[in-house]
Design a protein around this ligand. Structure first.
Ligand SMILES: Cc1cc2nc3c(=O)[nH]c(=O)nc-3n(C[C@H](O)[C@H](O)[C@H](O)COP(=O)(O)O)c2cc1C
Length: 201
């Protein structure tokens, strides 16, 4: 017997919003991602369904972005191995002052800033205790050449690996091993920059 779940019946089961939207997904006739399990064990679910959207409640397809980064044609910076624990921010360079549009939990853990507080800000907020750093202001804690390096990299759509003095929300100073990589989306010019952050030990 097959049971059809709908968003309405799902809400009665107290599913979260992305689980519900996943259930509303319309599979095309040619969908190839439906993978029936071959295991005959009756205790197992027979038909596995891949719920599109379920792994990205943020709406950001980070795996796609990371794939583009890994497959980029002319890498300048050697990223080395990247795993899921890596602190990541994504900034939209088509928006004024390049705001953070995505940050992951590891980034919140590293910086001490909750994700909500990072969203919409330029990452320079990490350059001073208290997070108040105005655009074009003289930095008190970060060398001018480092700030220029980062600005020039973005202006020229370039990659950069740099050490920058940053501050956690609690004011604690740390050296951030930052790598910035441009990410193209539908065009040949980058739409996003992804930043990989790590504390220098
Ligand atoms: C994706 C991305 C991540 C960044 N991450 C950091 C960061 O973690 N710490 C930092 O001090 N600056 C970071 N920056 C750099 C600043 O946002 C900014 O570009 C830099 O301060 C130079 O620009 P400004 O002179 O306008 O401040 C990042 C930039 C981008 C695009």
């Amino acid at each position: 017997m097959s049971v059809t779940y709908t968003a309405a019946s799902a809400s009665a089961l107290f599913m979260n919003p992305w689980e519900m939207s996943a259930l509303e997904y319309n599979y095309s006739e040619t969908t190839t991602t439906f993978m029936p399990l071959e295991d005959d064990d009756d205790d197992n679910v027979k038909d596995s369904i891949i719920y599109p959207g379920i792994y990205a409640p943020s709406g950001f397809d980070i795996l796609n972005i990371l794939t583009r980064v890994a497959m980029r044609p002319s890498p300048v910076v050697d990223l080395g191995p990247v795993d899921a624990s890596c602190a990541i921010v994504v900034c939209d360079i088509e928006q004024p002052d390049c705001p953070v549009v995505y940050a992951n939990e590891s980034c919140a853990l590293l910086t001490g800033y909750p994700l909500k507080e990072m969203m919409g800000k330029n990452c320079r907020f990490l350059q001073a205790p208290g997070g108040q750093v105005r655009q074009s202001s003289t930095r008190r804690h970060v060398e001018r050449t480092v700030v220029e390096q980062m600005r020039n990299a973005i202006d020229s759509n370039g990659e950069l690996a740099v050490e920058v003095t940053n501050f956690r929300k609690n004011g604690q100073k740390f050296t951030n091993l930052l790598t910035m990589i441009p990410v193209c989306w539908d065009t040949l010019t980058p739409k996003y920059y992804i930043g990989f952050l790590a504390e220098k030990s």
